[in-house]
Design a protein around this ligand. Structure first.
Ligand SMILES: [Zn+2]
Ligand SMILES: [Zn+2]
Length: 588
């Protein structure tokens, strides 16, 4: 094992974001002011989503370089400078002396919010996940006020889930590293192909590690350059044509340099899924062929194909199958019949139907969000700020939404005068209350172009109750789209219990679409839900739930999740041109 010495590293956006998120969690554990908690969490989100490096902005422009970033106020800016200068934050360290760092880990257990965690800490002296597990196993949690046997069992299950999740990363966490390695490897003289394969290439929502495949005349140069990537913490192995490193962030990255002749076969092999590859190999066997990572061969060892992935599939009598479909969900049979879905394209998407502004918990104005949406080539965008029930997000009451509608009308008039072909839709993300009623009066909802309705509270209902709640909301006939229909946050919060088949049956009757929320922590509907929606004939709206102009690009995650779910252009609501969209929206 070789270790590469590193100079002291100054903090990157993601590390700064992590400190802000931890400060927010620690303040919340202490029972601190919720608005202060929110401002740190918000600063974390902004730092995380910022395309420019804070380090570079500060190096180039000093403190002024950091001014004007929405969501970063004076106090958080001072802390960013402190972190860039010193590599740490005194306030963060101070909070950690008051609250053990193991408590942050405990917050990741589903079913344990900050209030519960603080109580368990205070009453039982629990400081770590292991202590929490012990206390729950010994039945000491259920004796606390506000807990019972059910919540104790839920905590035990949550701990088990959390432990089994370790070493699995969210796709959006892995993406920047994948892109960074591709850019890094491009600098190697003579390098030709650089493709990250594996579940990353299939756009699976979680990724275990990164497998990069390359071709190059000088394999040694690729190996040498690869291990010097600045994010590398440890070089696990370094060979002639294959190396493995672990990044500071904990992610493992493997690289292989391949013969040009075998690149397609290796790409097919290392993209997976395992189940898909087993089926392809069996099919080859039946045809008297053998497929491996080195190529397709006849029984006598004669080489048939391998340079291109398409040729590997062609050798077994199939068209090329897009990586997102390689999950053994019928793709081989469909390929055989020429019935693979037509892959949804970025250019098929005509607009975004879930966008927040400063009015609620977004960080930009209506005008700024619209400008950003226009730059993406969209025809329309729906402004969907929260309703008043979501108090922490400064949800809009009746008076404020009426004022916003007027602002949208005026803005659209302005666009028309400028001959711009872009329309902002008057909309809302109205809360579905616990009893299934909606958080805006019908008179308001009828004035809007589009109504998105979502659940934001009371996640612990039984499946029956939750299903009834959402079905009741759909039956008002006022809803165009159900937002993030299961409420899950990947790796953080399990979906609430809901019978999606029943919800879809009702949605179909009332001409209501279901959302595929592209926010990378959500991806909700997920891929298999999309398949179900298609089967039930329910339209899917692929939206971003953007809280910043930088989030609009997350639509890519939604598009690829939709592709994993076999959705085509016709299955997606916001592939419609404006006129057609408005017709569908009116039929609620
Ligand atoms: Zn929402
Ligand atoms: Zn939202």
């Amino acid at each position: 094992m070789r270790l590469f010495g590193k100079e002291p590293v100054r903090m990157e956006n993601s590390e700064i974001a992590r400190v802000f998120f931890e400060i927010a969690d620690l303040l919340e554990l202490k029972g601190g002011d919720l608005f202060r908690v929110r401002s740190y969490r918000n600063a974390g989100m902004v730092a995380d989503g910022l395309p420019e490096s804070l380090k570079t902005l500060y190096e180039d422009g000093g403190e002024d370089g950091l001014k004007g970033i929405p969501g970063i106020g004076e106090s958080t800016r001072t802390k960013i400078i402190e972190m860039l200068e010193t590599g740490g934050c005194a306030f963060h360290r101070e909070l950690l002396t008051e609250m053990p760092s193991g408590m942050l880990e405990i917050l990741k257990v589903s079913g344990v919010g900050p209030k519960k965690a603080a109580l368990i800490h205070k009453e039982l002296g629990v400081k770590t996940i292991d202590e929490l597990e012990k206390a729950a196993a010994e039945g000491r949690i259920q004796e606390l006020a506000g807990f019972g046997q059910v919540s104790e069992e839920k905590i035990l299950r949550g701990i088990k889930d959390l432990k089994s999740r370790t070493q699995v990363f969210k796709l959006s966490f892995v993406t920047p590293f994948a892109l960074s390695f591709v850019a890094w490897l491009k600098k190697v003289p003579g390098i030709i192909d650089i493709v990250p394969a594996g579940s990353y290439r299939r756009w699976k929502e979680t990724v275990g590690d990164l497998d990069i495949l390359t071709t190059c005349s000088d394999a040694r140069a690729v190996m040498d350059h690869f291990v010097k990537h600045p994010e590398v913490r440890e070089v696990v192995s370094m060979g002639e044509t294959k190396s493995t490193v672990v990044l500071k962030a904990g992610l493992q990255v493997d690289i292989r340099v391949l013969e040009k002749k075998a690149f397609g076969a290796a790409l097919q092999y290392f993209t997976g899924s395992k189940a898909h590859n087993v089926a392809i190999r069996d099919r080859a066997k039946r045809m008297g062929l053998k497929i491996s990572e080195y190529g397709v061969f006849r029984e006598n060892g004669q080489w048939v194909a391998g340079e291109k992935e398409e040729a590997v599939y062609a050798a077994v009598g199939l068209p090329w199958i897009p990586p997102e479909l390689r999950e053994m969900r019928g793709e081989i049979e469909a390929a055989e019949k020429g019935a693979l879905p037509e892959p949804l394209k970025r250019s098929d998407i005509r607009g975004d139907l879930h966008v927040h502004t400063k009015e609620s918990d977004g960080t930009y104005t209506l005008e700024q969000m619209a400008e950003a949406a226009m730059k993406l080539g969209y025809e329309y965008m729906a402004v969907t700020d929260h309703s008043k029930a979501v108090g922490i997000a400064r949800g809009l009451d009746e008076a404020r939404i009426m004022a916003q509608m007027q602002a949208v009308d005026e803005f659209n008039d302005k666009l028309r005068k400028q001959k711009k072909k872009f329309t902002v839709l008057k909309s809302t993300e109205v809360d579905i209350r616990a009893d299934g009623t909606l958080d805006h009066p019908e008179s308001v909802l009828r004035k809007l172009d589009l109504v998105v309705a979502s659940v934001h509270s009371g996640f612990s209902m039984s499946m029956d109750e939750m299903t009834k709640r959402v079905v009741k909301a759909i039956r008002t006939g006022l809803i165009n789209i159900i937002g993030h229909p299961t409420g899950r946050l990947i790796g953080e919060r399990e979906p609430y219990l809901i019978d999606l088949a029943k919800v879809m049956a009702e949605a179909k009757k009332y001409n209501t679409a279901l959302e595929l929320n592209s926010y990378p922590d959500r991806l909700d509907l997920n891929d298999s839900h999309c398949m179900l929606a298609k089967e039930k004939g329910v339209l899917v709206a692929i939206s971003t739930d953007s809280h910043s102009i930088h989030h609009l690009a997350n639509i890519e995650y939604g598009i690829h999740t939709a592709r994993r779910g076999w959705l085509e252009k016709k299955d997606v609501l916001n592939t419609r041109p404006l006129v057609e969209l408005m017709k569908i929206l009116k039929k609620k």
